[in-house]
Structures are given as C-alpha cells and as structure tokens.
Design a protein around this ligand. Structure first.
Ligand SMILES: *[C@@H]1O[C@H](CO)[C@@H](O)[C@H](O)[C@H]1NC(C)=O
Ligand SMILES: *[C@@H]1O[C@H](CO)[C@@H](O)[C@H](O)[C@H]1NC(C)=O
Ligand SMILES: *[C@@H]1O[C@H](CO)[C@@H](O)[C@H](O)[C@H]1NC(C)=O
Length: 358
C-alpha cells in the first residue's frame, strides 16, 4: 500500500511537472537561508564583429565571478538580455550563451533563465557594410546571419545539468520561458510543501511584441492556485520588461530614492511593456506574492512597494553586463530568503570597492 502511495505521488509530481512547466529536480534551503543572485542585461555578443565587443564580455565575466565568489548564491537567475542577438554576425548565439553562464557553471551553481527582448532579435545589418569595402567575411556568407530562436536557446540552456530552466508549455508560444520552481527546506524532498515558490515569465520582445499575454496570465493563475492554493508559501516572480505597475509607483526619474523604496540608481523613465492585460492586478491580489524582479532599464535599480494590501515589492535588478547602454556601476541584486522575505541590495563596484549594502 505504501509503495502504491509513493507511486501515485511520483506520478503526481510527473504530471505536475508536465502540466505546469515545473523544474523536475528541486533545490533546497541551506539551513534557514536561500540566496539568489540576479544577473540582468549581460548582453553577451554585443558588437561581436568589432574588437571591443568580446572585450566587454570579459569584463562581464569578472563581475559575475566576483559576485558569485562573494555571495555564494544557491541559485543564479539570468533575467533576460543574456545576449545581444541583433549584433551577432554568425549562427553562434548558443556559444555566447555558454560564455554567459560559464562563471556560474564552473562553480557548479544552479541557475534559471528568462528571455529579454534582445535574446532572439534578428541580425541588424550595419549600414556601412554596404559601402565600398563590402560585407566582411563574404566567403562564409552561407552560414552567416541566421538567428537563433527562443526554443533553440532554451534547449541549449536546459542541456546543462545545473540549469533549472524549462521550456514552458507550447500553448504559450511564442513565449517560451514560462515556468515555476519550488524551493524546499534543507532536508525535505519535492513531495513536501515548499518554503518558497518562484515564477518565471517571458515578457516578450525581439521576435514578438513586448508583453505578458492573456494566456500567460491564465497559466500563472492556474499554476499558482494549484501549487499554493491557500497562499501560505511566499512567492517571488521574475521577468525582463517592467509592467505598467512599475510606471505607476516609480519615483520621479532623477529624484532621490526614499523610504519605503530602496535602491541607489534612479536615472531613467520606466520603459514598460506595450500593454498591461491584468497580470499586475492578479499578482497584487495574492498576499503570498512578496516581490517581482525585472531588468531592461539599466539606469534603475530601485525596489518600491505597491499600494496593495499585501504589500508586494516591485524591483529592478541591476545592470550586470558591460554590454548594453549605460555606464552606471555594474552589479547584481542579491535576494536572501530567510523565513521572511529579506531583500538585500548588494552592488559590485568594478572589483575595487567590493560588495556593499545600499
Ligand atoms: C537537516 O539535517 C541535518 C542532518 O541530519 C541537521 O543537522 C540539520 O539541522 C537539518 N536542517 C534543518 C533545517 O532541519
Ligand atoms: C562566432 O563566430 C565568429 C565567426 O566564425 C567567430 O569569430 C566568433 O569567435 C564566434 N563566437 C563564439 C562565441 O563562438
Ligand atoms: C554539483 O552540484 C550537484 C547538485 O547540487 C551535485 O550533485 C554534484 O555533486 C556537484 N558536482 C561537483 C563537481 O561538485
């Protein structure tokens, strides 16, 4: 009888994985803590055909190595724009992806990835290539200039054993990085109630419009109701492009970031998705939803509470890569989940000043 029970549990877990895009293996707290490092907007492969592009990727590696050694996170979250695909001359986006995850991979740290608007953008032909000098490397023209799709990139990411990323349900396509992940207590297995639930969403851009679709919203509603029906387990959500909800609570650009907000950079206007279809309303109705994290705006790193009763925080990560616009000090947002949510903001400053708290 006991064996049958176990078998049912096992089948139940498999079904859940298949239905909800859950990661099949699980991660655990270390003692009472689970630490996550957000690497946002790495933009690997920017200016791939120029000398300076690959050099700035080396600097991005240094930032990530520094943060990983200082913080020893249990999970890295690649928060989109891992690549600048529109600058890639060749069909080797997966090689740049491997570079982007390599500091994490070498340290045997688990990770989860979501897509940004640049990861599957198609190649943008430089106008000056149409001058007298012509297109460089024309002998290789056959295999040049073919983009790499979200599905191909995700299959590549998932081919690494330490990846917890999931290619979400086909019913949500063209949106791909939609999945949930449960984090369990130190000694428990994925058959017990988790201590933390993470949701990852694909906010579009690149090969299709920048939005979270109505289908994704109903997917989120179903999976959250199934995994956390009584909203007891704390939840966090991650996607790349801010929603209208961020615009609504943003401190005026250029102003000081004041309590109850935290952060250190507020030098841009929020660049939201093209449409808001009710996702924020759904999130803010969940008292278990503690915070959401996005990248995209390199000149913002604040975290502000919404006015909803549950007091969810809406946070920007921190521009981690040397690729992409802006020269603000690179860094990573670190989330330390204790028994209650505790958002730490630690910023790497060029390897000189080390890590400090804001
Ligand atoms: C997990 O198990 C180990 C070894 O049995 C024990 O020392 C530790 O306290 C447990 N951790 C938790 C959070 O219960
Ligand atoms: C991508 O392909 C180009 C041309 O073959 C090559 O110069 C470059 O090093 C490749 N990049 C990676 C990351 O493999
Ligand atoms: C890497 O991490 C996995 C999962 O935590 C573990 O099973 C494996 O032994 C680790 N490998 C090394 C080389 O440390």
């Amino acid at each position: 009888m006991a064996a049958v029970g176990w078998l049912w549990c096992f089948i139940g877990v498999l079904l859940l994985n298949w239905r909800w895009g859950l990661s099949s293996s699980s991660l655990n707290f270390r003692g009472n803590t689970f630490t996550m490092a957000l690497f946002a907007d790495l933009h690997f492969g920017e200016a791939a055909s120029e000398e300076w592009g690959p050099l700035q990727d080396v600097k991005s590696q240094r930032v990530m190595s520094f943060v990983l050694d200082a913080e020893k996170p249990d999970l890295v979250i690649f928060l989109g724009d891992i690549l600048t695909a529109n600058n890639m001359v060749c069909h080797n986006a997966t090689n740049y992806w491997t570079q982007a995850i390599s500091a994490t991979l070498q340290r045997n740290i688990s990770w989860a990835s979501v897509f940004g608007n640049h990861d599957d953008m198609s190649f943008e032909w430089p106008v000056d290539w149409f001058g007298v000098a012509g297109i460089p490397g024309e002998d290789n023209i056959d295999h040049y200039f073919r983009g790499t799709t979200r599905a191909e990139l995700m299959a590549h990411d998932m081919s690494f054993g330490a990846s917890f990323s999931v290619k979400g349900s086909r019913s949500l396509w063209p949106s791909v990085s939609n999945y949930a992940m449960q984090i369990f207590s130190q000694n428990s297995t994925n058959l017990e109630e988790p201590l933390l639930i993470l949701y990852f969403l694909d906010s579009g851009g690149g090969s299709y419009p920048e939005l979270i679709s109505a289908r994704q919203i109903s997917w989120f509603h179903e999976v959250a109701s199934e995994l956390n029906p009584d909203q007891r387990v704390p939840e966090l959500a991650f996607w790349h492009i801010p929603t209208q909800g961020y615009v609504d609570i943003a401190p005026p650009p250029g102003s000081r970031i004041e309590s109850p907000c935290v952060g250190s950079i507020n030098l841009e206007t929020v660049a939201p998705q093209v449409v808001e279809l009710g996702f924020m309303e759904l999130l803010s109705e969940r008292r278990s939803m503690k915070a959401a994290f996005v990248g995209h705006n390199h000149g913002l790193d604040w975290c502000c509470p919404t006015k909803s009763a549950g007091m969810m925080y809406l946070c920007f990560a921190r521009h981690t890569g040397y690729g992409g616009y802006g020269t603000w000090t690179r860094g990573a947002r670190i989330i330390e989940q204790l028994n209650e949510l505790d958002i730490w903001d630690k910023i790497h400053s060029g390897g000189v000043n080390g890590v400090y708290n804001v």
